[in-house]
Write a protein that binds this ligand. Structure first.
Ligand SMILES: [Zn+2]
Length: 107
């Protein structure tokens, strides 16, 4: 039996991830882009879009929702996650005022 390189995938997943990367690097470059937020954004965006499962093989990958729909979904998702992130809000990439006494242990 030949091993055939096929896979079931949601074509919109790849589109959402690439649009999300672009948006977070460009127009949303002040947003949190930690793994948790990225997963939340991707999940919300994918829920906006219709599922678009395809059998992925070497041929043809032009499937999925139109780019404009994907971009709208990702924009909505980023706005939602940034309004209400699933972790304590922190501007992790900026200087924290109390960085030198940073022990989080409560006594
Ligand atoms: Zn985050």
């Amino acid at each position: 039996m030949d091993t055939v390189d096929v896979n079931v995938t949601n074509a919109n997943l790849e589109r959402v991830l690439s649009v999300m990367d672009k948006f977070l690097a460009e127009r949303y470059n002040e947003s949190c882009a930690c793994p948790r937020c990225r997963c939340d954004i991707a999940a919300i965006a994918l829920n906006y879009l219709p599922p678009h499962y395809i059998v992925e093989s070497a041929t043809g990958r032009e499937y999925g929702s139109p780019w404009v729909m994907v971009e709208t979904a990702v924009t909505e998702a980023i706005d939602r996650v940034m309004e209400n992130p699933n972790h304590p809000q922190s501007k992790a990439s900026f200087v924290q005022p109390d960085a030198d006494r940073s022990s989080p242990i409560m006594s």
